[in-house]
Write a protein that binds this ligand. Structure first.
Ligand SMILES: Cc1ncc(COP(=O)(O)O)c(C=O)c1O
Length: 460
């Protein structure tokens, strides 16, 4: 610690110190004096003199420097770079073709409606805005779904996807002590942090096959089968992060079979509903498939990407239970967990979602905008593939890029190659080889292809 911390010490607690200080202070012309190489500042306080001691040792001296976040740290390094071709493909945030952040038109319209109505900023209940909770569960399952009709879903508004995952992790730790959660290898960088901090043990199931840059389906099934009965299994609802590789509908059926056989509890992370394929229903098909089998499951939702509400921190945790009575009890416990963590959730994003999803005109406009966003990502994905195929004369098959879905592409570049992308080409990305295509413009596809080809062939 470079900075000195001032601590107050009563001089009456240390007689020899006092005598020395008195002697020293007689010589001092100002309020400052020195003793044993340290600086002291004399202060007068009513009837007695006290000394403020400037010490170089902080009480927080044992706190070590935390490493920068592997995803958010990339944006900080990007900002500091002044190269004109620099590209930030680290964070998963949608950019326009001019690579600018984008606020959806429907979001602006919903905010205008809120302003016109002059809505207040009173606290929300612990479980969040009722209209939001209704809208979000219906968006996830479809309003006609049996789980909604039978009121079997405990829905609590959360602090976006991350906060919703964290609430569920705390519920697991409390009600299933010692149960472990299986996480795909690899997964979104924050999953392990979330379960670590909540005290939920985790292990990995095979997911990514570097040989095919595709799904290791056999490995995945074998690992889920081998886990202790009643484990939780974390699944990405769609657009798996970081690989962009999703199981096929047939593979989802097999995954559900195995989870049912082993009495595991599925836990879906749905952070990209509508953003993967452009269709809200299609992207929710995997959790719906599990719910249709009558299984109990957890689903965390996020509106960061599909409504571009990143900083509003709006999402939800949904627990599908076997009866409405169990769902009520689960909800009461989720609220109990939320109360001491953050008391109650923020209102602004919840109202935006409720207004967009609850208003047929805005809802349809949202679907159109989402299709545009998903479409732009698909078109740069195609252009990147075309550029790689045209420029790379080695015969390497780059078609895996087209098979991947959603915001991300897992390039298969290793850490040294990813470092070369950044250091030589000013392309900022996570060190696992993931690039966010949402941060790429058509204009820069060829440049990116050059960077990938150079890094892949010239760096081992
Ligand atoms: C798989 C996955 N889950 C959850 C999240 C949570 O995001 P947020 O907390 O911003 O909603 C993300 C964000 O990148 C993600 O990729």
């Amino acid at each position: 610690m470079g900075s000195a911390i001032l601590s107050s010490a009563s001089i009456f607690t240390c007689r020899p110190l006092l005598d020395n200080l008195k002697a020293n202070s007689r010589l001092a012309t100002s309020n400052q004096t020195t003793f044993l190489g340290k600086d002291y500042i004399k202060t007068k306080s009513f009837t007695r003199t006290s000394m403020t001691v400037a010490v170089n040792v902080s009480r927080f001296n044992d706190v070590t420097m935390a490493p920068p976040d592997p995803i958010l740290g990339v944006s900080e390094a990007f900002k500091a770079d002044t190269h004109e071709m620099k590209l930030n493909l680290g964070v998963g945030a949608y950019r326009t073709e001019d690579l600018q952040p984008y606020v959806l038109k429907v979001v602006k319209k919903a905010e205008n409606l809120m302003l016109e109505r002059g809505e207040n900023k009173e606290y929300l209940p612990i479980e969040g805005l009722a209209a939001f909770n209704k809208a979000t569960a219906e968006l996830l399952f479809g309003a006609d779904n049996a789980v909604i009709q039978e009121q079997r879903v405990a829905t609590v508004q959360g602090l976006s996807g991350t906060g919703s995952l964290r609430l569920a992790a705390a519920l697991i730790e409390r009600y299933f002590p010692g149960s472990k959660i299986l996480i795909s290898a690899p997964t979104w960088g924050n999953h392990k942090n979330i379960f670590n901090d909540a005290g939920v043990p985790w292990s990995e199931y095979r997911y990514y096959d570097p040989k095919t840059v595709g799904l290791d389906f056999e490995g995945m099934i074998a690992d889920i089968k081998a886990a202790p009965k009643g484990s939780f299994v974390l699944l990405h609802g769609c657009a798996h992060n970081p690989t962009g590789i999703d199981p096929t509908p047939e593979q989802w059926e097999v995954i559900a079979d195995v989870i049912q056989e082993k009495s595991h509890i599925p836990f879906f992370d749905v952070a990209y509903q509508g953003f993967a394929s452009g269709s809200l229903d299609k992207d929710a098909s995997s959790p719906r498939l599990f719910a249709a089998r009558g299984m109990e499951l957890l689903i965390a939702q996020s509106y960061s990407k599909n409504l571009g509400l990143y900083a509003e921190r709006i999402g939800a945790i949904n627990v599908v239970c076997s009866s409405s009575e169990v769902a009520q009890r689960v909800k009461s416990q989720l609220k109990r967990i939320a109360r001491p963590m953050y008391s109650n959730p923020p209102i602004h994003g919840a109202k935006i979602v409720a207004n967009v999803v609850g208003n047929p005109d805005l809802f349809n406009e949202w679907k159109d905008e989402m299709e545009l966003m998903a479409g732009r990502i698909m078109s740069v994905r195609r252009k990147l593939y075309d550029s790689l195929s045209a420029k790379d004369k080695s015969g390497k098959d780059w078609s895996f890029i087209l098979k991947q879905i959603g915001m991300f592409s897992f390039t298969g570049l290793n850490k040294a190659q990813s470092d070369n992308m950044t250091n030589k080409w000013h392309v900022y990305m996570t060190k696992d080889g993931r690039i966010s295509l949402a941060g790429l413009s058509s204009a820069k596809c060829e440049y990116l292809a050059d960077a990938i080809i150079d890094s892949f062939h010239n760096i081992s």
